[in-house]
Design a protein around this ligand. Structure first.
Ligand code: S3P
Length: 430
């Protein structure tokens, strides 16, 4: 069987923001239409950008950019819903804009750390008024279109921090240097280069360094097709790896950016037969290709700090696979998981234990004792977190286990149509 998954969430978010800031008309295809991108879209509308609705079928959207200085003071607070990426990227964008705006989010987003971006943004000259708990949303940002240059050593490898600062440098016309302990996803750098803003990334002794040396006065429009989201494909790959999608499944046109593909390496190490067919077009911004997956006898693996940034959103799936693999699967160096839409280390531990799996919770990860072929049953919680809900739905679908995922509809945040797709695949396989 051949399927596609919805557009990449990280890339869609960035493409929407950059198109809004461009001079001219951007043409975007394959954009993700989900809760998170809808939140960013409506925030951009609140800032005076006229953007049509995102079509559900990935067809073309034309966005008339307002230019780097063209965002307007909104008349109401901008509600970023569940979207950490949307909130942090807009905090950066607005820091370099001469306006004042309040950014808020849902209960989960209000718990997530924002000081990791507001602290460096303040050094550049932006001002933040705390309306809730310290270091959390809601926050009012007062921006300035001439920010000070910044050299920032981020203690965590984070695409959101790096992108927030690059966007502040772009709107606030300030040179930016960011270092991080390991390279995080580089979609912002690629899109910046595509719209005419040079960003250079290089390996250094302490990790990774990016520099935007000369922020331009204006950026060009984007003409771009967003690839399928490898983080969404990962749920389907896991279903297939566990035997829940038949003997062979092909997922077409998935993003293959090397800062995102470590889950494919993990699957191979665990004994899953996975083929990658690169179909990257010429003059590409983001590489893409087809993935062919066939189930195998699963064996345990270890995932350490070096791999974490490039599979940060797939770690719950590694734990789920570990529960069905021969041996002990160990995940370490993943303390960032505690700051996601839920505390994903404790959420995964609690859910696996509720199903009878032996799990040791570590500060920075977990150790899962796998037993292949075991019958699992129980009630698990989604913790209002789309990736936790989908990880356990896949486990249920693939193993035929009786798992009830309380509150599973949160998957709409990143993967609309997920339940229907899993049902279709498992029915065909059965
Ligand atoms: C994202 C970066 C990652 C990831 C998140 C999306 C992005 O977060 O977990 O789902 O689009 O930049 P961090 O930047 O916090 O690592």
């Amino acid at each position: 069987m051949r399927i596609r998954v919805p557009g990449d969430k990280s890339i869609s978010q960035r493409a929407l923001i950059l198109s809004a800031l461009g001079s001219g008309t951007s043409r975007l295809k394959g954009l993700l239409c989900s809760g998170d991108t809808e939140s960013t879209l409506s925030a951009l509308r609140g800032l005076g950008v006229r953007i049509p609705d995102i079509p559900r079928d990935g067809s073309e959207v034309l966005i008339e950019g307002v230019g780097l200085g063209g965002l307007k003071t909104p008349t109401h607070a901008l509600d970023l819903g569940n979207s950490g990426t949307g909130a942090r990227l807009l905090l950066g964008t607005l820091s370099g804009s001469s306006l004042s705006a309040t950014i808020d989010g849902d209960a989960s987003l209000r718990m997530r750390p924002m000081a990791r971006v507001t602290e460096p943004l303040e050094l550049m000259g932006a001002r933040f008024q705390q309306l809730g708990e310290v270091g959390r949303l809601p926050l009012t940002v007062r921006g300035c279109s001439r920010l000070k240059p910044l050299e920032w050593n981020s203690p965590v490898a984070s695409g959101q921090i790096k992108s927030s600062l690059l966007l502040a440098g772009l709107t606030g016309h300030a040179r930016i240097v960011v270092t991080e302990p390991l390279e995080s996803r580089d979609h912002t750098e690629r899109l910046f280069n595509a719209v005419g803003t040079t960003v250079i990334g290089e390996e250094i002794d302490t990790g990774w360094r990016v520099e935007m040396p000369h922020p331009p006065d204006e950026i060009g429009p984007l003409d771009f097709t967003v690839p399928g989201d490898i983080s969404s494909a990962a749920f389907v790959l896991t279903l297939a790896a566990l035997g829940g999608a038949g003997k062979e499944l092909t997922i077409e046109s998935v993003g293959l950016n090397r800062t995102r593909t470590a889950f494919l390496d993990v699957l191979s190490r665990m004994g899953v037969d996975i083929e990658v067919h690169d179909r990257t077009p010429e003059g590409f911004i983001e590489p893409r290709g087809d993935l062919v997956v066939r189930p195998g006898d699963l064996r345990a693996t270890s995932v350490g700090a070096a791999e974490i940034p490039s599979l940060i959103d797939e770690i719950p799936l590694v734990a789920v696979l570990g529960a069905c693999a021969e041996g002990e699967t160990k995940i370490t160096g993943a303390e960032e998981l505690r700051s996601k839409e839920s505390d994903r280390i404790s959420a995964v531990t609690e859910n696996l234990r509720a199903l009878g799996v032996v799990v040791e919770e570590l500060d920075d990860g977990l150790i899962v004792q796998g037993v292949p072929g075991r019958k699992l049953s129980g009630l698990v919680n989604a913790f209002h977190d789309h990736r936790i809900a989908m990880s356990f739905s896949v486990l249920a679908g693939a193993t035929g286990a009786s798992i009830h995922v309380a509150d599973s509809r949160v998957s709409d945040v990143s993967f609309p149509g997920f339940d229907r797709l899993i049902q279709k695949l498992t029915e065909k396989a059965g």
